[in-house]
Each structure stands twice: as C-alpha cells, then as structure tokens.
Design a protein around this ligand. Structure first.
Ligand code: DHB
Ligand code: MG
Length: 219
C-alpha cells in the first residue's frame, strides 16, 4: 500500500542520509519504556530541524513541546558551543526524562528544559529572547498563542517551524469538530495573514504517516 511505500522510502532516506545514533536511539528506547506515544519527529525531520539551525546560524533556539528530548538533541547538536536551546514541557515526568536524554547525548549544557504549560512559561522568556529559531510542537489547540509568542520573542529573519500541519488530510476539512485540527488550521491562517510571518507548508509522508510542516520567516 502507499503508506508502506512511504515508510520504506523514509527508512531508505534515513539510512542513506541521516544514519543512526546511539544517543537518539537511547532517547527513543527511554520514551518507549516510559510508555509515551511515539510522536517524536521522524529521523528525516529531526535532521531537517538540525539543518535549519545550521543554515540559519541560530544561536538561540526555542522549542515548545519537549517530550523525551529527541528533537531537542537534534537541534542542540547544530548549535555552537555557546548556543542555547530552551525547551518547554508541560509534563514534569517527560521533562525529567528529556533532561537525562540530553545529558547522555552530550548536549546538556546547551539545553534548558522549562517545566510548565507553554502559555504560562512563554511570557517569562523576554530576558532569553530574541530567539533565532522557534519549533512549535505541543498541544495543537494553542498554535495561535504559540505563534504570537514566537513573533514577540524573535526578530526579523528568525525561522519558525510548526509540526503536524497535515494530520492525514484532516487539515483541509474546514468543518472539522476536532479542536486539534481547528488549532492547526487557526495557526496556518495566522501564518498566512499575520504580517509578522511569511510562510509555506509542506506535506510529509513516511514513518509517521501523512502529516506536514509549516516553515516561516519572521518578517
Ligand atoms: C501526534 C504527532 C505529533 O508529532 C505530535 O506533535 C502530536 C501528536 C500524533 O500522531 O498523534
Ligand atoms: Mg509533532
């Protein structure tokens, strides 16, 4: 079937271009042991985030939604030694697991995990701003709130990435009753209309099924 072929190509691309890594593998194993759902970004998407940090020469990165630290490790590894990544996680047990995983990956000094609902934590980050890259990957209902803070806490030229904008095609359903899909659509409408952003969206298929990423620049 098509989803099987998407996954096979995704695995082939990951083997060919991304490779495997003991610290990232250990992070996913720890996530599994903690019975967290495997909703981390795919390896090719982790590598994309890593490359975006490198290409933009980002020194300060903000992540909203840490889970077990998989994407944080990918992005932190792209930072210079004095670079910093702040990642916000609502669930304290996840934050503790991510702390262990980023430390084991050797990037602990560059990663600061803040525990709390992002809507509560973000207003306190003015002293750490401006961020050069913001990755939004938390509760989808709050995407417009997170995009507003991404704009407030960044300067023109900053990169903003939003995960999960395809949702197996549900994003195109304007009549959806699903609050997560409504949140994704609200975020995309904001990226399209708010003059602080210039954006595009790409669908993705692969080991995580059919989904997508929005990428924007702070205008
Ligand atoms: C799911 C996937 C994600 O990447 C995410 O951030 C949240 C949920 C999911 O597949 O349910
Ligand atoms: Mg996600």
């Amino acid at each position: 079937s098509h989803p099987d072929a998407w996954a096979a190509v995704d695995r082939y691309l990951a083997e060919t271009l991304v490779g495997s890594d003991p610290a990232l593998d250990a992070t996913l194993a720890s996530q599994d042991r903690a019975h967290l759902r495997p909703i981390e970004v795919a390896p090719v998407a982790g590598k994309l985030l890593h490359l975006l940090v490198r290409i933009s020469r980002a020194r300060r990165v903000l992540e909203i939604g840490t889970l077990a630290g998989y994407s944080a490790i990918w992005m932190a590894r792209a930072l210079p030694a004095d670079g910093r990544l702040i990642s916000i996680e609502a669930e304290p047990a996840n934050a503790a697991l991510a702390r262990e995983n980023v430390d084991a990956a050797g990037v602990g000094e560059r990663v600061d995990i803040r525990i709390g609902r992002a809507a509560d934590v973000l207003p306190g980050l003015a002293d750490e701003a401006p961020f050069d890259l913001v990755f939004i990957d938390a509760d989808k209902e709050s995407n417009t709130v997170y995009l507003d803070w991404a704009a407030r806490l960044s300067q023109p030229g900053a990169v903003i990435v939003v995960d999960n904008i395809g949702r197996s095609g549900e994003v195109a359903n304007a009549d959806t009753d699903d609050p997560q899909i409504q949140g994704v659509r609200g975020g995309l409408a904001m990226l399209g209309e708010d003059p602080r952003f210039d954006a595009t969206g790409l669908q993705t298929v692969g080991v995580k099924g059919w989904d997508g990423l929005a990428i924007a620049v702070r205008v």
